[in-house]
Design a protein. Structure first.
Length: 452
């Protein structure tokens, strides 16, 4: 919308005339639609831009974080380098609702358009019923933003007949939302020329063919269980874990194949339902780890963080909480190799997600709950040297060392792991056998039958 001072004529004036009228006391307000995320859910934001007479200044209010405050410099340079005039007046930007902390650089585009609309360098009427998201470079080009999918889903739910303008690199992700008009664009100048009718931009309306996408990205990158020689008992335990959604702890000497087995667990899990696919994709989108070529998570996630990972990286954290490994493995498998080597606070932080299948992170800025419905798989040695009860190598650990090593895993954590198995090392004869075991597809059929 556009509000003019009634005493000042704005029509048929060039930019310099408008600026002179501003300095005489004129004011103009523009309101641009945008979106943001809170946790893994999106919500709508109104970017209100007021350009008025007074000492030149650029102010942003509405609980912006550092990235939003830095938008002032990016927007100023992007407007100038796109061939438009940046007003030397008092500019006030309000991000409503003002009681929610705003973060991210994706407000650059709506702020820039608000300034151009308020100074009549962009047609305000053409921007109505359209929402804008994107980070601006100093040149005026648009860069990829995080969280586009939850934003698009929120826009469809709350304003389904609207249009969403996104950076070109976010086009495939935004087009996952069916029946929502998407306009991918490359730069600020290109977008303004489009709304002036000087240039055409191709719009997309739920353009991604999901069936074709599934066929093009069929499971093939997941390791197959047929690669594992022997270990029939461990394979059977993994099949039971997959069928019942049970957590599993594998204990055995180094080189027994614990990690190899765990990496093949996602391949015997049932295919993801559409609801699970969108849930996992939203989490990956917010975390900023979606690829341009693969904007949809169609395979069960498998996350295997290093044992030096911090509690914040595992469960999520930050001033405004972001999803951690327990959420990134949602609907998939979280594998912790060398389990006792993780920090004690990291191990104990797993209590809530293992029990409740979600994780609540409380910070001063916000308290958010992220999904964490995963199968937990852990691997560990039976003792510090790793050769307790090994048939070939003698264990050098004392009983005290063995007990102290096992005590790193507390009772409440062990109680939340349903299946505990021993994975012995195979001898040369077992490994060199030409006989092969079952492949993942065969085991998956039994898992699907068990879940029916």
């Amino acid at each position: 919308m556009s509000l003019h001072d009634e005493n000042i004529p704005y029509k048929n004036q060039d930019t310099h005339d408008v600026d002179r009228q501003y300095r005489k006391g004129g004011t103009m307000l523009s309101v641009i639609g945008s979106c943001s995320t809170k946790g893994v859910e999106g919500y709508l934001v109104q970017v209100e831009v007021d350009v008025s007479s007074g000492l030149p200044g650029f102010y942003i209010c509405g609980l912006p974080d550092a990235a939003v405050k830095e938008a002032k410099d990016r927007v100023r340079a992007a407007i100038k380098n796109s061939g438009y005039k940046f007003p030397l007046q008092r500019i006030t930007v309000n991000l409503a609702p003002a009681d929610i902390k705003k973060e991210g650089s994706h407000f650059d585009l709506p702020i820039a358009l608000g300034i151009l609309a308020a100074t009549e360098q962009a047609p305000i009427e053409a921007l109505m019923n359209t929402y804008f998201v994107g980070e601006l470079s100093l040149k005026g080009d648009l860069r990829k933003a995080n969280g586009i999918l939850p934003m698009a889903l929120s826009l469809k739910e709350n304003a389904g007949d609207s249009t969403l303008v996104v950076p070109r690199d976010n086009g495939p992700e935004a087009s996952l939302v069916q029946d929502l008009k998407i306009i991918p664009t490359q730069s600020l100048g290109e977008l303004v020329r489009f709304f002036k009718g000087e240039e055409d931009l191709k719009s997309e309306d739920g353009a991604l063919n999901l069936e074709k996408y599934f066929s093009d990205h069929a499971a093939g990158s997941v390791p197959d269980m047929i690669d594992v020689k022997g270990q029939e008992g461990a394979k059977r335990a993994l099949e039971i874990a997959a069928a019942g959604g049970h957590n599993i702890l594998m204990m055995g000497s180094p080189g027994s194949g614990k990690t190899m087995l765990a990496r093949r667990l996602p391949g015997i899990l049932p295919p993801m339902a559409m609801e699970e696919i969108f849930e996992s994709t939203k989490i990956y989108s917010v975390a900023g780890i979606l690829d341009y070529d693969t904007p949809l998570v169609v395979e069960r996630p498998f996350r295997a963080p290093h044992h030096t990972a911090s509690a914040a990286s595992i469960i999520g954290g930050g001033q405004i909480p972001k999803p951690g490994e327990v959420s990134l493995s949602n609907n998939g498998v979280l594998f912790l190799d060398e389990f006792p080597e993780f920090r004690r606070d990291v191990i104990e932080a797993l209590r809530q997600p293992l029990e409740e299948k979600n994780i609540t992170i409380a910070r001063a800025a916000a308290t958010l709950t992220f999904p964490a419905n995963f199968i937990f798989a852990a691997a560990m040695n039976p003792c510090p040297c790793g050769f307790l009860n090994d048939e070939k190598t003698e264990c050098l650990c004392t009983p005290f060392q063995i007990q102290r090593y096992k005590n790193k895993i507390s009772g409440p954590i062990l109680d939340r792991i349903d299946i505990h198995i021993h994975v012995p090392r195979l001898n040369y004869t077992d490994i060199s056998e030409s006989r092969t075991g079952e492949n993942s597809a065969t085991i998956k059929k039994r898992v699907l039958h068990a879940r029916e």
